[in-house]
Design a protein. Structure first.
Length: 230
């Protein structure tokens, strides 16, 4: 495993280790290094990363914001993605997958346009007119509820680099070993409580209670956190 990966050996290759996303954030909190807690800001990836990010922020006392990134989904399967779009307009495509599934240029163009519109709408709804935080002298802590392929997180990292982030770390409750090692090459540190190997991997299997997080729930969580933070 990469030297910049911090995990919990007792949780390796286990399933059902977290009650829910809130519990997962509480498990992650003490894993963060002191230097990341001192100068860090948590940037949660909506939707599933926000409950984890809120719990992490509550336990560490760090500021919380969102980094909106969304996968570009296949026309016939909204669960499977062949690329991603970030809050700053960064677009990356999994070109091998695009070729394998025979997507046309028109399919890809429409997918990018639709996803850009979704990201812009989410940014407006979750961040409003607030300027994106200055990350030059801070540690950007990207948080999601897990890494499957890791492609979306990779695009988020690229967008933060373009935004001037000096130090970027990733904190996720669970990840596939291959994806964790791939992302670790892109960031200064990766914290992951539950790393699993094997041919088949699902983020949901790390949680005893799992459901999709509605956008309205994300708005409510962020509003509650910001109100407490005043």
């Amino acid at each position: 495993m990469e030297s910049n990966i911090i995990d919990l050996p007792d949780l390796r290759n286990k399933t059902g280790v977290f009650q829910d996303r809130d519990h997962a954030g509480k498990i992650l909190a003490p894993m963060l290094a002191i230097k990341d807690k001192q100068a860090g800001i948590i940037l949660a990836v909506p939707a599933g990363g926000v409950p984890v990010g809120v719990a992490l922020a509550e336990r560490t006392g760090l500021d919380l914001d969102v980094a909106v990134v969304s996968k570009i989904t296949l026309p016939w399967n909204t669960e499977a993605g062949y690329g991603a779009v970030a809050f700053d307009g960064t677009v990356e495509l999994n070109k091998d997958l695009v070729r394998r599934v025979n997507l046309t240029a028109e399919d890809v163009k429409k997918g990018i346009e639709d996803t850009k519109a979704k990201v812009a709408r989410r940014v407006a709804k979750l961040r409003g007119r607030r300027p994106f935080p200055d990350l030059g002298n801070r540690t950007a802590i990207l948080v999601d509820d897990g890494l499957a392929s890791g492609f979306t997180m990779r695009v988020a990292v690229e967008a933060l680099r373009s935004s001037g982030a000096g130090r970027i770390v990733v904190a996720v409750p669970t990840a596939h070993r291959v994806s964790a090692e791939m992302i670790a090459h892109e960031v200064e540190m990766l914290y992951c409580a539950n790393i699993r190997g094997g041919f088949s991997f699902a983020v949901a299997r790390a949680y005893r209670s799992w459901s999709d997080v509605a956008e309205e729930d994300v708005v409510e969580l962020l509003e509650e956190f910001r109100t407490r933070d005043l």
